[in-house]
Design a binder for this molecule. Sequence first.
Ligand SMILES: C[S@@+](CC[C@H](N)C(=O)[O-])C[C@H]1O[C@@H](n2cnc3c(N)ncnc32)[C@H](O)[C@@H]1O
Length: 377
Amino acid sequence: MKRSREQLYFENLKSEPLGANSIILNKERFLQILKEMESFEDLCSLKNKLLYLKSMLTYRKGDSEGILNIDTNGDTISLRADVLLSEIDQILESRTLERAKYYIRRLAKGIKEIKTNKINDINLLRWKEYDEIITDSLWILDKRDTSGAHLGWYWGNFIPQIPHQMMLRYTKKGEWVLDTFLGSGTTLIECRRLGRNGVGIELNPEVAKRAKELIEKEPNKENIVSEVVVGDSRTIDIGRILSKYGVKKVQLLIMHPPYHDIIKFSKDERDLSNAKNIEEFLQMFGEVVDNASPYLERGRYLVLVIGDKYSKGEWIPLGFYCMQEILRRGFSLKSIIVKNFEETRGKRNQKELWRYRALVGGFYVFKHEYIMLFKKR
Ligand SMILES: C[S@@+](CC[C@H](N)C(=O)[O-])C[C@H]1O[C@@H](n2cnc3c(N)ncnc32)[C@H](O)[C@@H]1O
């Protein structure tokens, strides 16, 4: 029996599974099918074709999760299978031919074109595929990412999800990230995973050495630069560090300073955790902002991660004080994210005690810190 042109399209629509959730399609063929559907004159036959397409996409061959026969010759596209199927369902639910065709055109556009903005690689035409990216201002994260080189050994580190999210939102692959309080190197480990070049400055030589060792353990598939420098972020010549790589500006600046003296990181008087009082702490923090921000590209983001503290029975809004220091320097505030503190085993044991103290003293137990986002004008 002679097969119609259409049937051949479907049969030749090549796809193969890519992990549990993705599907690789032969781009041209898939677009041809969608184009063909656009020329249909009644909704019923369009839906019938679509149902057929859906059954081909969800077809499982034997035990494999395969979706269609595999032949990825030619131009291919990788799509999230669940998102694609929900888009197909949306078309199937259309009540009018016009609406169905509108959705088909939108699907085709998302396959043909890529639309990103200037500061990241998110394809806005397929934005539904990025559900990993958080867009809410309240972050309740119960688990730290401890995979690979992220050992979480450093007291006072931040969870890898913070630089991870920030880089996905505010940088493109191959761009440059500067962390002025590197600590255990969390930012630079994430840089390697996401293919961003990273420069980190850390005052404490031993901490920097350990961080460097761990960063080097993280695979560097994209061959990016990971530069760990020992120094005082208030005064170090950042221009000189960058010039080694022929770079003048970074595209993301991450600052996770000590929360004043909550944790004493060293005995070094240049260490912000040794500032004698809040005024001195803010003065030192301001100096770091002054020293680093000229190297941030205009229109790009500074991320401040900070928590508040109690002193002599009083809540000291360290986060907001630091925010003021940055705003005074002409940045615009884009967001304040409130993030929970994940519970460590030690803290859990003290939970009851703190609750009792809070009831006695009329205060609330700290459960959050801030991730503040500023844009350089
Ligand atoms: C809150 S920790 C940063 C932790 C880091 N985000 C991580 O995930 O490991 C702050 C770090 O700033 C460092 N530090 C303090 N004063 C500094 C200064 N003037 N210049 C550079 N680093 C400094 C401390 O040694 C400490 O490691």
